[in-house]
Write a protein that binds this ligand. Structure first.
Ligand SMILES: N=c1c2ncn([C@@H]3O[C@H](COP(=O)(O)OP(=O)(O)OP(=O)(O)O)[C@@H](O)[C@H]3O)c2ncn1[C@@H]1O[C@H](COP(=O)(O)O)[C@@H](O)[C@H]1O
Length: 106
């Protein structure tokens, strides 16, 4: 498992910017605009919360994938890519690693 799937999905999301909204779900989201994408993210986040309370692990995975997917649509709509989010997570991981090292040195 690596970040290839995110990169490949990001490439498809970019390609959908020039696609017919009637033929592509992603193109239809771009066409409807930012508020629709944000509303979708809100709905998917709520569905993930409900799944988290429900005790069905498969449902949690399914809803988390929906939320990640729609978050990636937002990133693409804003001209951003998943590598920037991964870099931010990497940066935080590096920082927390430093904190751990510092606390061990105390
Ligand atoms: N990963 C996804 C993906 N995940 C979720 N969805 C869609 O997101 C919507 C989720 O909305 P809802 O939660 O309201 O779901 P729903 O309609 O009630 O159905 P469920 O998903 O909950 O069962 C559904 O229409 C899903 O089909 C996705 N649509 C597309 N992709 C990827 O995006 C690529 C491009 O898609 P198109 O633009 O449609 O070609 C595809 O090849 C896929 O790789």
């Amino acid at each position: 498992m690596n970040d290839d799937v995110l990169r490949q999905l990001a490439a498809v999301l970019e390609q959908r910017k020039s696609q017919d909204p009637k033929q592509s779900y992603v193109a239809s989201l771009y066409h409807k605009g930012l508020d629709t994408i944000l509303k979708k993210i809100g709905e998917e986040a709520t569905e993930l919360v409900i799944a988290g309370k429900g005790g069905d692990k498969d449902q949690v995975i399914y809803e988390a994938a929906d939320l990640w997917f729609h978050s990636m649509v937002l990133l693409a709509q804003q001209g951003l890519g998943p590598e920037l989010v991964l870099a931010e997570l990497q940066r935080r991981f590096g920082l927390s690693g430093l904190e751990e090292k510092a606390s061990r040195a105390d």
